[in-house]
Design a protein around this ligand. Structure first.
Ligand SMILES: Nc1nc2c(ncn2[C@@H]2O[C@H](COP(=O)(O)OP(=O)(O)OP(=O)(O)O)[C@@H](O)[C@H]2O)c(=O)[nH]1
Ligand SMILES: [Zn+2]
Length: 222
C-alpha cells in the first residue's frame, strides 16, 4: 500500500467519510515520541466518536487492531480486565510494523460504562461477564464491528492483518468488505484479578487465549 508519510493512508471515500486527519506525537512507552495520525469520521453507522490512529510505515498488509473502549482499563489501569495492556501492546506492535488502531467507543462490549459497572456488581455475586450482561437484559456482547469496517474503508484500508483473539471481529469485518488476511493473536495479559474474566472469554466465547506457560486459561482454573 502506498503511503506518503508514516501512518498516513490515502483517503478513499465510501458511505462514511474522513472528517479530519491530524498528526500528533504519541508516547507509547518506547522511550521516545512516535508520530501518529489521528483521524475522525463523518457519516458512520454508529454515533460514537470513533477514531483511527495510524502509526509506522505500513507495507502491503497493514497491522490493525480494533480495540473496544474500556475507560477503567485503558485509562485508569484497572486490573479487572486485560484491556489496558492489550492497548499498549497493540500500539507498540502497530508502530513497529505499520498499520492502524481503530478505537471504537463501544464501552463495556457496547452497553456503556454505567451498565458495565452494574455488571461488575453482579459478577461479584458469582456471575461471569456474559451472564451479568444477560441478567441486565443486554446481549452477552452488544458490539457491532460494521463501523470499524466503514472507518477502514474511508481511510483506504481494505486488506489487513488483524490483531485479536476474537474471531467474531474477523468474521464481522469480512462480512463488511474488509479482507482479513491473517488473524494475529495478542499476548495473554493475565493477573490474579482478571483470570476469571479471561476464563469466561476462553470458555463462553471463542477467544483463543493461552497463558504464557502454554496452558490454556480454562486449564489454569480447573
Ligand atoms: N459488559 C462488560 N464489558 C466488559 C467487562 N470487562 C471489560 N469489558 C469490555 O470488554 C471490551 C473488550 O472486550 P474483550 O472481550 O476483553 O476483548 P475483545 O475485544 O472481544 O477481543 P480481543 O480483540 O482479543 O481483545 C471493552 O469494551 C471493555 O469495556 C465486563 O465485565 N462486562
Ligand atoms: Zn477492560
Amino acid at each position: 500500500m502506498a503511503s506518503e508519510r508514516p501512518g498516513h493512508f490515502p483517503d478513499e471515500r465510501g458511505g462514511a467519510t474522513v472528517r479530519r486527519t491530524v498528526v500528533v506525537p504519541l508516547d507509547i512507552g518506547i522511550g521516545r515520541p512516535v508520530e501518529a495520525t489521528v483521524t475522525s469520521f463523518d457519516a458512520l453507522s454508529h454515533s460514537g466518536e470513533h477514531v483511527l490512529i495510524g502509526m509506522g510505515t505500513p507495507g502491503d498488509i497493514p497491522l490493525v487492531r480494533v480495540h473496544s473502549e474500556c475507560l477503567t482499563g485503558d485509562v485508569f489501569g484497572s486490573l479487572r480486565c486485560d484491556c489496558g495492556p492489550q492497548l499498549r501492546e497493540a500500539q507498540r506492535r502497530i508502530h513497529e510494523r505499520g498499520g492502524a488502531l481503530v478505537y471504537l467507543r463501544q464501552e463495556g462490549r457496547g452497553i456503556g460504562l454505567y451498565n458495565k459497572i452494574d455488571t461488575y456488581a453482579l459478577q461479584d455475586t458469582g456471575m461471569d461477564t456474559f451472564e451479568a450482561n444477560t441478567a441486565l437484559g443486554f446481549a452477552p456482547d452488544a458490539r457491532d464491528y460494521a463501523v470499524a469496517a466503514q472507518m477502514l474503508q474511508a481511510a483506504g484500508i481494505h486488506r489487513i492483518d488483524l490483531l485479536t483473539n476474537n474471531s467474531d471481529k474477523s468474521e464481522q469485518l469480512r462480512r463488511n468488505g474488509i479482507e482479513v488476511v491473517h488473524e494475529i493473536p495478542t499476548e495473554t495479559h493475565a493477573n490474579p484479578h482478571n483470570i476469571r474474566y479471561l476464563a469466561a472469554k476462553s470458555t463462553v466465547t471463542r477467544h483463543g487465549l493461552t497463558l504464557d506457560a502454554g496452558r490454556d486459561v480454562k486449564e489454569a482454573l480447573s
